[in-house]
Design a protein around this ligand. Structure first.
Ligand SMILES: *Cc1c(COP(=O)(O)O)cnc(C)c1O
Length: 439
């Protein structure tokens, strides 16, 4: 007899097993991480190169049905120069959002043709600077498009369209809605076409990025139809760029974008579109989180275990100055105690040392914690170090890359000099006037 509960049980169990398998195959082990914390100190970010490569290969494989695929890693997710060089060695290009990221990419050895610049709300001069370097620019504002096209009609430009399809796991990272500041609205296409006609500029690419955490493939495919319809209005396209927003699992049983299914369905749609368009175009993506999130481990040391009437706090040598996602987005990061992986499980609230509430995780089941233990935060590759600050005048952590079975330091821990370096101390002479007491 068909039993729904039994079916659901098996379904979720198989999902869990699949998740655990990918974890085992691709993760560094706890012992290796512990050694790194002992050697390089804490807090420290550790990235597993193997995992970045396997995600990169998974993505290219999913879209192997497309003739020309271009992957431009979104630098803002994790911008260490060695990570960029590693992605370059895999064959990736990069997507940048500031002229500094462009410069970082060039410093990492990317040639201009491997870089796309997709800023939002920057000065025209910054876009011109990137274009002058030969970087593909992507414009998402009609006023800027008109100014740029008037001044530089010969520079090919990609346009970022907002298809107004709701996607995204969190209102802060969902960028496709009607009042979003991102992209040129599909309702403004007639105006856009008039600008292109008047300036005689060359539109060589069309782009969308609907936000992070795509949960529903059909929503994404629906947006792609809108993008294809828009693309048909431009005769000289070289590429169609679908941005990113692929969701990765943050904990066992968590939903993730089914990249294999998306690859199959979108590739078919794209190939059809190329036929109708009459030319083979390049299909481009700009994943950040998908490529680097799961490669990252953030290691912190427990300074104190503090028991209150209702809660046991584990206070670590870090805070939202180093990893802000839980406080900023309400994101979940799995936490485990790599110093005592086989211990008895208890419930803890893991908190930081910042002088404001900075809770990494409440009521987490973690193996018994002793002061001095190393706690590991998983999925700490994307938007973790790159959002770190010096708040509370703390040093930002060191970063280590695990590659070919060895650890290599890729960013030194900061020192007091990094805190004081750009500050200018003004001398205020203390006036030594005689104190006169008026009567
Ligand atoms: C941030 C960003 C991305 C990367 O998004 P992820 O969710 O990290 O994959 C891609 N394209 C643009 C334009 C972005 O701003």
């Amino acid at each position: 007899m068909f039993n729904l509960y039994y079916f659901l049980h098996v379904y979720f169990l198989s999902k869990e097993i699949k998740y655990l398998c990918t974890k085992f195959i691709n993760s560094m082990n706890q012992g290796q991480l512990l050694k790194i914390a002992q050697e390089y100190g804490s807090p420290v970010y550790v990235y597993d190169a193997e995992k970045i490569a396997s995600q990169y290969n998974r993505l290219t494989k999913a879209f192997s049905g497309v003739k020309t695929l271009k992957i431009n890693y979104a630098v803002k997710a994790l911008s260490n120069i060695s990570i960029l060089k590693y992605l370059k060695s895999l064959g990736s290009g990069i997507d940048t959002v500031s002229i500094q990221e462009v410069q970082l990419g060039l410093a990492a050895g990317f040639t201009a043709d491997k870089i796309i610049f997709t800023p939002n709300g920057v000065a025209l001069s910054e876009i011109e600077e990137a274009a002058k370097l030969g970087i593909q620019i992507n414009i998402d504002n009609l006023s800027v498009l008109e100014q740029f096209g008037t001044k530089h009609p010969n520079v090919p430009v990609c346009i970022r369209i907002n298809p107004h399809v709701m996607a995204g796991g969190n209102s802060n990272i969902s960028v496709g809605h009607i009042d979003s500041k991102f992209g040129i609205s599909i309702h403004q296409i007639p105006h856009l076409l008039r600008i292109v006609e008047n300036t005689k500029m060359n539109i060589n690419g069309i782009h969308m990025h609907t936000g992070s955490d795509i949960l529903d493939i059909d929503v994404f495919l629906h947006a792609s139809e809108i993008l294809f319809d828009t693309a048909k209005k431009f005769k000289d396209l070289k590429f169609v760029d679908f941005g990113s927003g692929f969701k990765v699992p943050y904990t066992a049983g968590d939903i993730e974008t089914n990249i294999e299914e998306l690859g199959e369905k979108l590739s078919a749609k794209f190939n059809n579109f190329c036929k109708e368009y009459g030319r083979e175009l390049t299909l481009a993506f700009e994943p950040g989180k998908f490529l680097v999130s799961e490669s990252g481990n953030f290691l912190t040391q427990v300074n104190a275990v503090k028991q209150t009437t209702s809660t046991v706090f584990a206070q670590v040598d870090s805070g939202f100055n180093h990893l802000i996602r839980p406080m900023f987005y309400g994101s979940h990061h799995d936490i485990d105690n790599i110093s005592n992986p086989k211990g008895r499980e208890r419930f803890y609230s893991v908190v930081g040392y910042i002088c404001e509430t900075d809770t990494f995780g409440s009521n987490r089941r973690i193996t018994e914690i002793t002061e001095g233990d190393i706690l590991r935060f998983k999925n700490a590759g994307a938007y973790c170090f790159s959002m770190a600050s010096n708040y509370n005048s703390r040093f930002r952590p060191a970063e280590v890359l695990w590659h070919d079975n060895k650890a290599q330091l890729i960013r030194k821990r900061e020192t007091f000099n990094d805190i004081i370096n750009n500050q200018i101390a003004i001398d205020f002479n203390v006036k030594k006037e005689k104190q006169t007491v008026k009567k």
